[in-house]
Design a protein around this ligand. Structure first.
Ligand SMILES: [Zn+2]
Ligand SMILES: [Zn+2]
Length: 502
């Protein structure tokens, strides 16, 4: 724009310069027309210049307006940009807050997840422990079932054992006592043997000890002797030394050679004697030392022997105490067995009594009532025993039962043997009335009264208590005394003492 303007201005200047030159040179020609032309040219220059300026001005004006408008637009854009920036800032803040919140939520979620995982692990562990517990419970159940089965088996065994024991007890007779006492005697013999062995060992040990102490005193004496010998040797040495010194001083002191020579010989002899004595003493000392060594070894030998004896004695003592304990245990067992045997015996006795009593009651009910009302004993004694035999078997059984019931015990005066008692009782027991009378006797006869067996069998409790009975005057009279101490059906029911009086 400006360069255009400047070129236009330069062109106008060139025209003006031409015009000036033309004015100054053109005088002769028609002045008026030439001036007019020049004025016209100038006028044209001026107008074109004005147009040029005016165009330029309008162009500048439009340019300025354009610039202003663009400025406004720029300002508007700026404000818009500001607004949008503020908006962005707000959004940024909101986004930050949202992000923070998100982060917090994420952390919380993570924590929750780890918690859930921990919970799951705990659950798994719980499940595992439950499974193991279940297995344990199952094994415990099976163990319990097995134990119960075992217990049942054991119970059966015990019951069988009980039954067996009862059978054994039933089969146990008086021989048991004999066997037990024999066993006991054997044990006692065994224990006594061990005691005797122990005592002999103790005695041996005592004598060994005595020998050891004797040897020790001997050794002490030998030691004293050795010490004395040593002392003697020392003394001899010192004497020798003294005599040597004396000899020397004498040699120095005496001036007479002859006398000195004699003295010298004498001293030499003495010295030789002392040397030989010393030698013998040394030998004796060596002998004593060897003797002492021998004694020492002997003493240690004896001590070890004593130790061996001590240990043997201890062993025997232990064995003896063990035997004693075993014997005590056996005694206890015997006592228990005895108790069981006693109780079983009592049961057997009671059963036998009950059986006999039942039998007699049944027999009585069989008899006619009116006859029983009169005098049963008289009736029975009048009858022949064979009439009452319902059958051989029952008669024998009754007799056997009665004989089993009877427990005769021989008086200590030895006048009556078991054979005598069996003969006498067997003879009378065949009659049922005699048996009844004897049963009455067992039940209620006082236990401090001797009665004749035949009298009792015949008369029952009416039998007279006389020492030589009128029935057996001069002859043997087997008398009995009740042991049942006046009780009806006691432990000693059926037991009675037997004695033969003549
Ligand atoms: Zn029988
Ligand atoms: Zn008599």
């Amino acid at each position: 724009m400006n360069t255009e303007l400047i070129q236009e201005a330069k062109r106008l200047q060139e025209k003006m310069e031409w015009l000036t030159a033309a004015v100054s040179t053109d005088q002769s020609r028609s002045q008026a027309s030439s001036i007019q032309v020049k004025l016209d040219v100038f006028g044209g220059i001026c107008s074109s210049f004005e147009t040029l300026v005016r165009d330029e001005r309008t162009r500048l004006e439009t340019f300025r307006a354009d610039v202003e408008a663009r400025e406004v637009a720029v300002r508007n854009r700026e404000t818009a940009v500001e607004n949008s920036r503020a908006l962005l800032m707000d959004r940024q803040i909101a986004v930050n807050a949202a992000r923070d919140a998100h982060v917090i939520i994420g952390t919380a979620l993570m924590e929750r997840e780890s918690e859930l995982e921990a919970g799951e692990q705990v659950l798994n562990r719980g499940l595992e422990s439950l499974e193991t517990r279940e297995a344990e419970v199952q094994t415990a159940q099976s163990i319990l079932q097995k134990e119960r089965r075992d217990l049942e088996v054991e119970r059966n065994c015990i019951q069988n054992a009980k039954v067996n024991l009862e059978d054994d007890m039933k089969s146990l007779t008086l021989t048991t006592d004999c066997t037990l006492s024999e066993l006991r005697k054997a044990w006692e013999r065994d224990v006594r043997g061990h005691y005797e062995k122990n005592e002999s060992l103790s005695r041996e040990l005592e004598s060994a000890k005595g020998r050891v102490s004797g040897l020790l005193s001997e050794l002490e004496a030998a030691k004293g002797e050795a010490i004395a010998a040593n002392k003697r040797e020392d003394e001899a040495k010192s004497t020798l030394e003294a005599s040597r010194r004396e000899n020397k001083s004498q040699l120095e002191n005496t001036k007479k050679p002859k006398d000195m020579e004699a003295k010298h010989a004498e001293l030499e002899a003495e010295r030789a004697m002392l040397v030989s004595e010393r030698k013998s003493l040394i030998e004796k000392a060596a002998l004593l030392t060897s003797e002492r060594n021998g004694l020492d070894s002997r003493v240690s030998d004896l001590e070890s022997q004593a130790k061996v004896l001590d240990s043997a004695r201890e062993k025997f003592e232990n064995e003896a105490s063990r035997q004693e304990r075993a014997a005590a245990e056996k005694d206890q067992q015997i006592g228990e067995f005895q108790k069981q045997v006693d109780s079983l015996t009592a049961q057997v006795t009671e059963l036998e009594q009950a059986k006999i009593q039942l039998k007699s009651q049944m027999d009585k009910t069989k008899e006619p009532v009116e006859e029983t009302m009169t005098n049963p004993r008289k009736r029975k004694s009048d009858e022949s025993p064979t009439v009452l035999f319902s059958s051989w078997r029952t008669a024998v059984e009754d007799l056997g039962d009665f004989l089993h019931m009877c427990k005769p015990e021989m008086d200590t005066d030895g006048s009556c043997t078991e054979e005598d008692a069996l003969k006498a009782i067997g003879k009378i027991a065949v009659r049922e009335s005699s048996r009844d009378n004897l049963l009455d006797f067992f039940t209620s006869s006082p236990c401090d009264e001797w009665c004749c067996l035949d009298e009792v069998a015949q008369e029952g409790l009416d039998a007279e208590a006389a020492e030589p009975c009128s029935r057996h005057e001069g002859g043997p009279c087997l008398q009995i005394r009740n042991c049942n101490e006046g009780q009806i059906g006691g432990l000693r029911y059926g037991a009675f003492f037997c004695i033969n009086r003549s």
